[in-house]
Design a protein around this ligand. Structure first.
Ligand code: TYD
Length: 137
């Protein structure tokens, strides 16, 4: 459900030498972390995502710059703007996601609950809608 996907504020140790934030799996985010990946050098106007995952939990952080994440559970869509490295968006399984509006030099880090598995992806929107509606029944 889209209501399960929310912005989580991370701990921030403010320091004149530079701030520090941290993320512990199962504590600050509701899953254990098996994988991290990041998007960088994203050209202006470019879009990422456009798929859903059957079982994967993810946590998305704008480590630098800003971008938007649009989530869609098959019924409702919600746009989240990420622009601080001490906030992240928790994305539960079965959410179609589109990432857009990247600022220049932005870095999008994603923490994931599982290793990379192409079989967990749903890359066809019609297929996603059919599966999402079946799960709700
Ligand atoms: P994809 O998840 O489709 O990118 P995005 O959702 O960010 O637009 O991944 C793009 C390519 O990278 C695809 O060929 C699979 C590969 N990939 C890996 O090999 N390992 C990974 O952990 C991820 C996230 C992607």
């Amino acid at each position: 459900m889209i209501a399960d996907c929310k912005i989580i504020e991370l701990p921030k140790i403010a320091d004149v030498r530079g701030n520090l934030s941290f993320i512990e799996g199962g504590i600050h985010i509701p899953f254990d972390i098996k994988r991290a990946y990041y998007l960088y050098d994203v050209p202006g106007g470019s879009d990422r995502g456009s798929h859903a995952h059957k079982n994967l939990h993810q946590f998305v952080v704008a480590m630098s710059g800003s971008f938007d994440v649009v989530l869609d559970d098959g019924k409702e869509k919600k746009r989240f703007h990420l622009n601080r490295s001490y906030y992240g968006l928790y994305v539960c399984p079965m959410m179609w996601r589109d990432l857009d509006n990247f600022s220049s030099g932005s870095v999008c880090m994603v923490l994931a609950s599982e290793r990379y598995d192409e079989l967990d992806y749903i890359r066809n929107y019609q297929e996603f809608i059919a599966l999402a509606n079946k799960e709700k029944k």
